[in-house]
Design a protein around this ligand. Structure first.
Ligand SMILES: *Cc1c(COP(=O)(O)O)cnc(C)c1O
Length: 242
C-alpha cells in the first residue's frame, strides 16, 4: 500500500477538524459535521481502493464515462458523486450511477434528470450549481437567480434539491475565496428558510484542495478534495487512454 495516500488522508482529516474548531469558536456553536468527498478523477481504481481502505466511502468523479468504467469495480460499496458538468445526452447513464449530482445548472438538464429518474423509479438527489464569482468560463446559475432556479427545479417530480454547490475561482491566496463562500452560505441559509417542496437544502458543497479550510470556516458541510489526497493528476496519461 502506498503510505502517502494514507498519510494525506490523515492530514486532510486533521485540517478539517481544525477548521471545524475555528468555525465553532467563531460562531459560538458546536462542531458541525463535514462530509469529505474523495475526488478520484484521473486516478486509478487501485488508488481509489487505498482511499476506501482508509475508510473513505464517498467518491467524486467529473465525467460520466470515467465513472461508469470505475464503478464496475466497486459497485455498491461506494457513495458516488458526480461533480462535473453534465450534458443532457449523458443523463441516462448518470442517473442510475450517482447518489448525488452536484452540477445541475439549467432547467433543461433538471427536466431530463427528472424524466430519466422517473423511468427508473428513482428519486435523484441533486445540488444546484451556483457561479458565485460570475466567471464566464464556469457553469452554474448566478447567485441572484439561485432561489428562482430552486423553485423551478423543486417542482419537478422524481428529484430532490439537496443543496447548493460552487466551484470557486482558483486564487493563489485562498483567503480571497472567503467572501464568495460567505455569500453562498448566506444564500443557502436564506433558501433553507423558504420551504419549497422536494427541497431539503441539506448540503452546501464548497471547498477543494486549495481552499477547503476556508470553505469549512464559512459553513461548507461537504468538501471535494482530490489533489491533497491523491497528489497531482496526470492528464497526459488520461489523454492517451481516451
Ligand atoms: C477536480 C475537482 C475537485 C477536486 O479538486 P482538487 O483541487 O484536486 O482538490 C473538486 N470539485 C470539482 C468540481 C472538481 O472538478
Amino acid at each position: 500500500m502506498d503510505l502517502s495516500i494514507k498519510c494525506n488522508i490523515a492530514a486532510v482529516e486533521q485540517n478539517i477538524q481544525l477548521a471545524q474548531e475555528r468555525r465553532a469558536k467563531r460562531t459560538g456553536s458546536t462542531l458541525m459535521p463535514v462530509k469529505l468527498i474523495a475526488v478520484t478523477k484521473n486516478h486509478s481504481t487501485a488508488e481509489m481502493q487505498q482511499a476506501i481502505d482508509c475508510g473513505l466511502t464517498a467518491i467524486g468523479e467529473n465525467r460520466v464515462q470515467e465513472a461508469v468504467a470505475k464503478y464496475d469495480v466497486f459497485q455498491d460499496q461506494l457513495e458516488y458523486h458526480l461533480l462535473g458538468h453534465l450534458q443532457t445526452n449523458k443523463v441516462k447513464q448518470a442517473v442510475p450511477l450517482f447518489d448525488l449530482i452536484h452540477s445541475v445548472d439549467s432547467e433543461k438538464l433538471a427536466r431530463q434528470i427528472s424524466r430519466v429518474a422517473g423511468e427508473l423509479n428513482k428519486v435523484q438527489q441533486v445540488l444546484l450549481e451556483v457561479n458565485v464569482a460570475g466567471e464566464i468560463t464556469k457553469f452554474g446559475v448566478p447567485l441572484a437567480d439561485a432561489l428562482h432556479f430552486a423553485k423551478l427545479v423543486s417542482e419537478l417530480p422524481n428529484l430532490v434539491v439537496s443543496g447548493l454547490m460552487t466551484i470557486a475561482p482558483h486564487y493563489d491566496d485562498p483567503e480571497a475565496t472567503r467572501p464568495l463562500f460567505r455569500s453562498l452560505y448566506e444564500k443557502f441559509i436564506a433558501m433553507k428558510q423558504v420551504s419549497l417542496p422536494n427541497c431539503t437544502m441539506q448540503w452546501l458543497s464548497m471547498g477543494m484542495t486549495n481552499d477547503y479550510p476556508v470553505a469549512i470556516e464559512e459553513g461548507a458541510n461537504m468538501i471535494r478534495v482530490g489533489t491533497a489526497i491523491f497528489g497531482a493528476r496526470n492528464y497526459a496519461i488520461e489523454l492517451t487512454r481516451r
